[in-house]
Write a protein of this length. Structure first.
Length: 179
């Protein structure tokens, strides 16, 4: 019998001084049985970094034709496609054709670095693609914040990110590999 997704309730308060966006999002997030806490928290971070009233989680891991997070306009066109991990070249190419802007958030330490070395020359033609890496140390600290009920405060200023859950604070320094 297939395992069911675990439901997480998240109150995500975003203070993004770089984009002048200040809002609280009450989210219900399904964590796929194969998904680790690290990936779940990278999803939360990806949502916070792109927070918008129309931003939403998709079916994620269980589908190949949808990103992890997207933002659509009122006519159904994809304005933003957010993918996590190390997508294949074909997926990157297809997503750049489907969306106005594509953001890939990599993580995984040396594995992500090897993926980027292999992929970067094949992505230069995509002007709508942004690739950002999170260090293994940063995502390992983020992973410790994961719980079934979270109240996360995310502050973004000058590209640096501070994620807090009560008394615990995690500083994340995104590395922009392609802007």
């Amino acid at each position: 019998m297939a395992q069911k997704a675990t439901i997480y309730k998240v109150e995500l308060s975003v203070a993004d001084m770089d984009r002048h966006y200040y809002e609280t999002h009450n989210l219900t997030v399904a964590k796929h049985p194969s998904e680790k806490d690290e990936r779940l928290m990278v999803r939360m971070l990806g949502f916070a970094l792109n927070a918008h009233e129309q931003l939403e989680f998709t079916r994620g891991i269980s589908t190949d034709d949808e990103p992890d997070i997207w933002q659509k306009n009122l006519s159904g066109e994809i304005e933003l496609w957010v993918a996590l991990g190390l997508p294949g070249e074909k997926i990157v190419r297809q997503s750049c054709g489907k969306a106005q802007k594509v953001v890939v958030y990599c993580y995984g330490g040396s594995t992500a670095e090897m993926w980027w070395e292999k992929t970067k020359n094949k992505t230069t033609r995509f002007d709508n693609l942004q690739v950002t890496n999170f260090s293994k140390a940063d995502t390992s600290e983020l992973e410790k914040l994961a719980s079934r009920s979270m109240k996360l405060q995310v502050n973004i200023q000058d590209g640096d990110v501070m994620v807090s859950d009560g008394d615990t604070i995690v500083h994340v320094t995104p590395q922009n590999w392609k802007v």
